[in-house]
Design a protein. Structure first.
Length: 239
């Protein structure tokens, strides 16, 4: 699995005539795994990781710095908190989801700034579990050039993290998109990743579901409702 992904990343960079890879390091397991894979693919001197706190939990920045140090990667801190706060001041009030989605979209813009500056590819960190149910921000963390772990369920990412010797504290921490204070993926989705992975795996392979019908219906509904996120913009065809 690891070698296949590393070879794929290497080929993507070569085919695009890019010089390297830039990615956001959040302090979570997915970005840590992708950073380690990118390093193996193109070498540590051709990977730039960005720390982009945005009114974030300080522990996340500490964890991200720990990973960057362990991998020996070039890094840069771009604190987006002030930009985010000032942006909200000129916008009308809205629900927490609308405000929260601004954060990954600001990060996307920052990543592409550095990608354009350095002729790097923006490397996404989304996994299959999140992508299938739309648990990502359209044109935010979903706005990337390549997605190396997009065909791996969360449980497979955890397994790969152990193989890559990602710090155990990062593997074990509760996944969060950091959209608002105290937010976690599983609480927001209303289902654990273990349950989600099992339902999606059985759905993809046309196997009988083992979970209760309530959770199965919930996940299938999330999959169908988020289809637009996995597609490009619809085009009105004239010819």
């Amino acid at each position: 699995m690891k070698n296949r992904i590393v070879s794929w990343i290497k080929q993507q960079v070569k085919d695009s005539t890019a010089k390297g890879i830039v990615l956001g390091l959040s302090g979570g397991i997915d970005s840590a795994v992708v950073a380690a894979l990118a390093k193996e693919a193109v070498g540590k001197n051709n990977v730039l990781v960005l720390f982009m706190p945005c009114n974030s939990n300080p522990q996340d920045l500490k964890d991200a710095k720990l990973v960057a140090h362990k991998l020996g990667l070039k890094s840069k801190l771009v604190d987006l908190s002030a930009v985010y706060n000032n942006f909200l001041k000129i916008l009308p009030g809205a629900v927490s989801l609308a405000r929260g989605n601004l954060k990954p979209r600001l990060r996307m813009s920052t990543l592409y700034y550095f990608a354009n500056k350095l002729n790097y590819l923006v490397c996404g960190t989304g996994n299959k579990s999140e992508l299938m149910v739309g648990y990502f921000t359209k044109y935010g963390d979903g706005g990337v050039d390549i997605l190396p772990i997009a065909d791996l369920f969360k449980r497979q990412v955890r397994k790969l993290a152990k193989e890559l010797k990602i710090p155990q504290g990062i593997i074990a921490k509760a996944p969060t998109a950091g959209l608002w204070q105290g937010q976690t993926d599983e609480v927001e989705m209303g289902i654990t990743y273990n349950e989600l992975d099992d339902i999606l795996d059985r759905f993809c392979n046309h196997k009988k579901q083992a979970a209760g019908s309530k959770n199965v219906n919930k996940v299938i509904s999330m999959y169908k409702r988020s289809e637009h996120k996995r597609k490009g913009a619809e085009i009105c065809r004239i010819y």
